[in-house]
Design a protein around this ligand. Structure first.
Ligand code: KIV
Length: 264
């Protein structure tokens, strides 16, 4: 069954859990959709895990549209959410609406995601008023890595915890239908989850959230540049790929492949 913003609402009301994974291409999206994941996030983490940048800042609208459309073509049921890249919405409400519209029209997304709290609420309000569903993103928002001075857990002290709760309320009021909480202490994420009527999707935010999201290269052991504490590796696909590639190299070198069976 096709998942929509209504599915997210129902899942929270029924106290079930939402599952979300990143994907950036057609064939991976098809696999995850077939496996039954509720939602696929075309995250701007594609800057790190696909394009090899050290952060997400260089990711462009064209990158997000290109990969978003590929994922959308591979998905039947999961809700496809596409990230708005750095400086595609912070600059003005006009830019935010224009670029969210492009992501929906050209990237064939089901929703967009953008980072930030009170300061981007005018953008969230304007985008949702155009009929485009928005997911918020609070806590460690990677597009602000330079302002944070690195990848640090957010909301550890009372003042910043209060600000996060306040931002979460404002993002909901502005019209977001869900909010990602990244690198937030589990207790604080649980408090925010109870405060909001929209679902929270955690990444490094404990099990009290309404759902979870992971970058697939992390959970499948396919990215070793760095591994945050919150990542659980569910399989070591990286090793399986390396072993398969070594077998291929050896069989070609030894003249074993292609054999009769794989020849015309
Ligand atoms: O870009 C991304 O993959 C994300 C997740 C880490 C939530 O925003």
């Amino acid at each position: 069954m096709k998942n929509t913003v209504s599915t997210f609402k129902k899942v929270k009301e029924n106290k079930q859990k939402i599952t979300m994974l990143t994907a950036y291409d057609y064939s991976t999206a098809r696999l995850f959709d077939d496996a039954g994941v509720d939602s696929i996030l075309v995250g701007d983490s594609l800057g790190n895990v696909i394009l090899g940048y050290e952060d997400t800042l260089s990711v462009t609208m064209e990158d997000m549209i290109h990969h978003g459309a590929a994922v959308a073509r591979g998905v039947k049921n999961a809700l496809v959410i596409v990230d708005m890249p750095f400086m595609s919405y912070q600059t003005s409400v006009y830019d935010a609406v224009y670029n969210a519209g492009r992501i929906m029209k050209e990237g064939r997304a089901g929703a967009v995601k953008l980072e930030g709290g009170a300061c981007v609420c005018p953008q969230i309000k304007a985008i949702t008023e155009c009929g485009i569903p928005v997911v918020g993103h609070l806590g460690l928002t990677p597009q602000s890595v330079n302002a944070f001075g690195g990848h640090k857990v957010q909301g550890r002290d009372d003042k910043s915890a209060k600000r996060l709760i306040d931002d979460a309320r404002k993002v909901e009021e502005a019209g977001a239908f869900a909010v990602v909480l990244e690198c937030v202490p589990a207790k604080l994420a649980e408090t925010i989850t109870k405060e909001l009527s929209i679902p929270t999707i955690g990444i490094g935010a404990g099990r009290g959230c309404d759902g979870q999201v992971l970058v697939y290269q992390d959970m499948l052991g396919m990215f070793s540049d760095y591994t945050p504490k919150f990542v659980k590796q569910f399989a070591n696909v990286g090793e399986i790929i390396k072993e398969a590639v070594k077998s291929y190299i050896n069989e070609v070198a030894d003249g074993v492949f292609p054999d009769e069976e794989h020849s015309y």
